[in-house]
Design a protein around this ligand. Structure first.
Ligand code: PG9
Length: 631
């Protein structure tokens, strides 16, 4: 039993505590151990780091990070305007060496005395102002006089007058969204802009980049929305957990249901996807290839595309196709490599199980991209006189320099008994049918489909072995005999599909595939069915891309659409395959196969089976036209 005195002291302390709590809150008087004066770079750092809030013409200031090796002079500037956080570009490692801090693909530039600049676009990161996703050019879709072209102009004006180490020559570079801002920069008209390297740029997000392909909605991209729209800083992707999105999206329903389930419908951009499901003025007015073709080609440009870009497969070739015929001064070149999205900045030795015999990305960065920038940005730079197209042919073709991209002139016909032939059908052949069931959509890859993280499925989805699909009864397969000589295609194959459905809406997916021999040096490649070009067309837009209309049940219609640009050699002994199917999940939302006003709001009962028919007869000769080149 404690002495009475202790009890009394305890009672007094408790009383004091109660009284003092009633009187005033406690104060933490300990000194802080945090010192914001800390700077990672010390006197031994080999670089200079500056930050600027650059004023735009409306007074909004954009956060701009400027780094360069100590001692540079008459240095070119390489600018990137990003929504993903400018100040995140000095964090590759923790070092006093600039070439160790910047992204690996930027090390050669800073090592070679470039001034590297990253800027948060208006309204993102540490920049002021209003963020508008892919802010349209000033004009019918943007009544302000403020866009990425004007922000670039004002930025270049400031950089060339406030960085004494510069030689006054600026290049812009960047990928994906920053590829979009790089293209917008070429419309700025600033005289200091001497070169642009748009990498996997977003160009037309309805025809073939991020959000739709020929009207089929790329719901998988919805997972990106919180990253760039939830806060000014880079946010997380959609909070689904690490799950098989094939299952999760299937159980959820329509793409609109997915938006609503995960709160993505709060974003104005998400609502715009629903409101502008067709190729209306909203999307047509932002088609950057067309906008650029309507303006003079002033800035030398090296467009970089990936043959296996799971996100922006369309953009770079589309801009090239639009500008090349107008490019009298040979200012525009296209570089295509066997890369997934942004793969040119990584290791280009392989993609999935496919190996390319060299690090194609390192070669492109070292021997093509940097010499292009050196020539246009360094004092006394000249050349290189790049050809219009530089491309790496998969299938063993290697690098090639070309004046033109080939036209798709050679028809490969779908024939009876699953044959594929260069011979057009001359006699009647029965149509081929399959039952398309929206409850069991064909996967983009064999399940599971993970988004992001270490098991990311998206990155290699365009190079995935297609044997999983060919086994399904709702996928039609047509294949040639083993080739007696190599067939090299270099351009966009053209689909000419004669098809009917018992439904009133339908998607058709056509896939051009290289079938490897059963026995290969690398057993993993034995019998591999390598996609060479694949795409989808949403039937409701058959008559007009801007006005959906129901299909007539049972009526054979001609579906004509392009497959993505390919540069591929079907080697001797390989076979060429075409697959036809009516879903491509979970990357694309399902077509309910009954015509509804807006598929984003399709109800469970709208999703119905349909019997699809593919015709291959003398009149309705379904085919894929190949852009064959003679090496
Ligand atoms: N093209 C990608 C993207 C941007 C914005 C919305 C959706 C996708 C990207 O920039 O990575």
């Amino acid at each position: 039993m404690a002495p009475v005195g202790v009890w009394v002291a305890g009672a007094l302390l408790a009383l004091t505590t109660v009284m003092s709590a009633a009187a005033a809150p406690p104060v933490d008087t300990l000194p802080s151990d945090i010192n914001p004066a800390y700077r990672a770079s010390t006197a031994e750092a080999d670089y200079v780091r500056r930050e600027a809030m650059i004023p735009m013409r409306d007074g909004v200031k954009l956060y701009t990070l400027i780094v360069m090796r100590k001692g540079v002079a008459r240095a070119p500037i390489l600018l990137e305007r990003t929504p993903y956080g400018a100040d995140g570009n000095l964090g590759r490692t923790s070092s006093q060496r600039l070439d160790q801090l910047v992204p690996a693909s930027d090390a050669p530039y800073v090592e070679d005395g470039y001034i590297r600049v990253w800027q948060d676009v208006r309204g993102r990161g540490r920049s002021e102002g209003t963020y508008v996703t892919n802010r349209p050019l000033s004009g019918p879709l943007n009544p302000t006089c403020l866009d990425h072209a004007t922000d670039t102009y004002d930025t270049l004006e400031w950089l060339t007058h406030n960085i004494p180490e510069t030689n006054g020559r600026v290049g812009v570079i960047g990928g994906s969204y920053a590829g979009f801002t790089s293209l917008m920069a070429t419309l700025s008209g600033h005289p200091a802009l001497k070169a642009a390297v748009p990498i996997n740029p977003m160009v037309d997000v309805w025809m073939g980049d991020d959000w739709y392909h020929n009207g089929a909605f790329r719901q998988i991209t919805l997972n990106v929305l919180p990253i760039i729209m939830a806060t000014k800083q880079r946010g997380p992707s959609t909070a689904t957990g690490a799950v098989d999105l094939y299952a999760r999206m299937l159980e959820t329903g329509s793409a609109g249901d997915y938006m609503r389930r995960y709160g993505l419908d709060v974003f104005p951009a998400a609502q715009r996807f629903i409101d502008h499901a067709a190729y209306d003025g909203w999307w047509q007015g932002q088609a950057l290839d067309k906008l650029m073709a309507a303006r003079p080609i002033v800035t030398p440009m090296l467009l970089v595309g990936g043959l296996y870009d799971e996100q922006d497969l369309y953009g770079a070739p589309a801009v090239f196709r639009a500008l090349h015929p107008l490019d009298k001064d040979r200012r525009v070149s296209l570089l295509m490599g066997p890369w997934a999205h942004m793969g040119v900045n990584g290791d280009g030795s392989s993609l999935g199980p496919i190996r390319f015999g060299e690090d194609t990305a390192a070669k492109a960065r070292r021997d093509i991209i940097k010499p292009f920038l050196d020539a246009h940005l360094k004092d006394g730079g000249n050349g290189p006189d790049l050809p219009p197209v530089i491309s790496f042919a998969t299938g063993g073709g290697g690098w090639r320099r070309s004046e033109e991209i080939a036209q798709a002139g050679t028809a490969l016909y779908l024939r009876g008994e699953g044959r594929l032939s260069f011979e057009r059908p001359t006699a009647a052949e029965p149509k081929d049918d399959y039952i398309s069931d929206p409850a069991k959509p064909v996967g983009v890859i064999a399940r599971p489909f993970f988004f992001g993280g270490r098991s990311d499925s998206w990155k290699t989805s365009l190079i995935a072995d297609q044997r999983f699909a060919g086994q399904r009864t709702d996928v039609l397969t047509y294949v040639t005999p083993p080739l007696d000589k190599a067939v090299h295609i270099f351009g966009q194959p053209q689909v000419e599909l004669f098809a009917a459905t018992t439904g009133t809406d339908s998607d058709f997916v056509v896939k051009l595939i290289d079938v490897y021999p059963d026995e290969m040096e690398d057993p993993d490649l034995g019998g591999y069915q390598l996609p060479v070009g694949m795409d989808i067309f949403r039937g409701r837009y058959l008559k007009a891309l801007d006005r959906p209309a129901p299909l007539t049940p049972g009526k054979a219609e001609a579906y004509h659409f392009a497959l993505p640009m390919a540069d591929h050699v079907f080697a001797k002994g390989h076979r060429i395959m075409v697959q036809v199917q009516s879903s491509w999940f979970p990357v694309y939302d399902r077509n309910p196969q009954t015509f509804v006003p807006n598929i984003f709001n399709a109800r469970p009962q709208d999703y119905r089976k349909a019997t699809q028919s593919v015709f291959h007869d003398p009149v309705r000769a379904s085919a894929v036209r190949l852009p064959i080149v003679n090496d």
